[in-house]
Ligand binder design. Structure first.
Ligand SMILES: C[S@@+](CC[C@H](N)C(=O)[O-])C[C@H]1O[C@@H](n2cnc3c(N)ncnc32)[C@H](O)[C@@H]1O
Length: 272
C-alpha cells in the first residue's frame, strides 16, 4: 500500500515553507558513518520520500549526484523550483521500486519518510541497489519530548502544544506511530548485521511562533483533520497562535522562541 498523504498543492507549499531541514549534527553523523563503512568517493545518494527536497539539498555538496524520489508530484514541483543545485535530480517514484541498477548506490536516505514505506519491499529494494558496504540512513524526529523556552513560560507553551497534539491524535495514521517509536520495527527488520540506531540527538533552534503554527499545519494528521472540517481546523491554528502569544505577553507572531527537538537516526551498512 502506498500512503498518499502529501499530495495536494497547498500541502506541498506549506511543507516547503515550514518543514525543517535536518540539522547539521544529523548530516555529520550520516556522512561520518558512510566514510567509516564504505569510504570515498561519495558518488550517488538517493533520498527517498524527498518531499520538497530539504534533505536532498543538504546532501548535494557531498555527493557527485543526488536523486530525490517521491510519490507526490506536487512535492517534487516545489523541490524542483528551488534553484542552485545542479547535481540533484528529482524523480517521481516509490521507495519500493527503485530505478537503479543492482549495487550502484552509495547512500540510501529517507528523512521523516521511511515510516510511510512498505517495510519489506523498501528494505529489499534498498539492499538490492546499495553497493557493497554502502549505507542506509533513515532519519526522523520524535515529538514526544519537544521543549519550548521563552522567558518563564516554556512549560506552559509546551502544554498548549501537547493539547493540539491530543486534539489531532484521532487523525493520526499508523505509520506516524511507527515514526514516534523511532522506527524500532523497521530497524529490527533491516537484514544487515552491521546496524545501529541513535535514539536521541537533541537540537535547539530559534523559530518564530508563526513557524510553530505552520509546522503543525504541515502534519499529515492536521491535513486529515482539515478535510473533516476546514473551519474548525483553521480555528485550531489561529487559537494556538493566539494562546502562544498571550502566554508570551507579545503581539507579533514573528517573535522567536527556543525550540528543542529530539531527532533519531537508523544507520546500516550492507555487507561486502
Ligand atoms: C513527511 S514527508 C518528508 C519529506 C522530506 N523528506 C522532509 O524531510 O521534510 C514524507 C514524504 O514521503 C513521501 N512518500 C510517502 N510514501 C512514499 C513511498 N512509498 N515512496 C516514495 N515517497 C513516499 C510523501 O509523498 C512525502 O513527500
Amino acid at each position: 500500500m502506498t500512503y498518499r498523504m502529501f499530495e495536494g498543492k497547498d500541502h506541498a507549499s506549506i511543507y516547503h515553507k515550514y518543514r525543517f531541514t535536518p540539522p547539521d549534527e544529523l548530516k555529520n553523523i550520516v556522512l561520518q558513518y558512510l566514510d567509516k563503512k564504505k569510504g570515498r568517493p561519495h558518488v550517488l545518494a538517493v533520498d527517498l520520500g524527498c518531499g520538497t527536497g530539504q534533505n536532498s539539498r543538504l546532501l548535494a555538496p557531498h555527493f557527485r549526484e543526488v536523486v530525490g524520489i517521491d510519490v507526490s508530484e506536487c512535492q517534487l514541483e516545489e523541490a524542483k523550483a528551488v534553484p542552485g543545485n545542479p547535481n540533484i535530480m528529482y524523480r517521481e517514484g516509490t521507495a519500493e521500486e527503485l530505478p537503479f541498477a543492482d549495487g550502484s548506490v552509495d547512500l540510501v536516505t529517507a528523512a521523516s519518510a521511511a515510516h510511510w514505506f512498505d517495510q519489506s519491499r523498501f528494505l529489499a529494494e534498498a539492499s538490492r541497489v546499495l553497493k557493497p558496504r554502502g549505507c542506509m540512513a533513515l532519519l526522523g524526529y520524535s515529538d514526544n519530548s519537544t521543549r519550548f523556552r521563552y522567558q518563564n513560560c516554556g512549560e506552559r507553551l509546551g502544554r498548549i502544544y501537547e493539547e493540539v497534539k491530543q486534539e489531532l491524535r484521532p487523525h493520526t495514521s499508523s505509520p506516524v506511530a511507527l515514526s514516534e517509536g523511532k522506527l524500532e520495527e523497521l530497524y529490527a527488520a533491516i537484514p544487515f548485521p552491521d546496524k545501529e540506531r541513535i535514539e536521541s540527538i537533541r537540537v535547539k533552534s530559534l523559530i518564530p511562533v508563526k513557524n510553530v503554527v505552520g509546522f503543525i499545519e504541515s502534519w499529515s494528521m492536521f491535513q486529515a483533520y482539515r478535510k473533516t472540517d476546514p473551519q474548525i481546523a483553521y480555528d485550531l491554528l489561529l487559537n494556538t497562535q493566539r494562546r502562544f502569544l498571550e502566554e508570551m505577553g507579545v503581539t507579533s507572531p514573528d517573535t522567536e522562541i527556543e525550540w528543542e527537538l529530539e531527532y533519531f537516526c537508523v544507520l546500516a551498512s550492507k555487507p561486502q
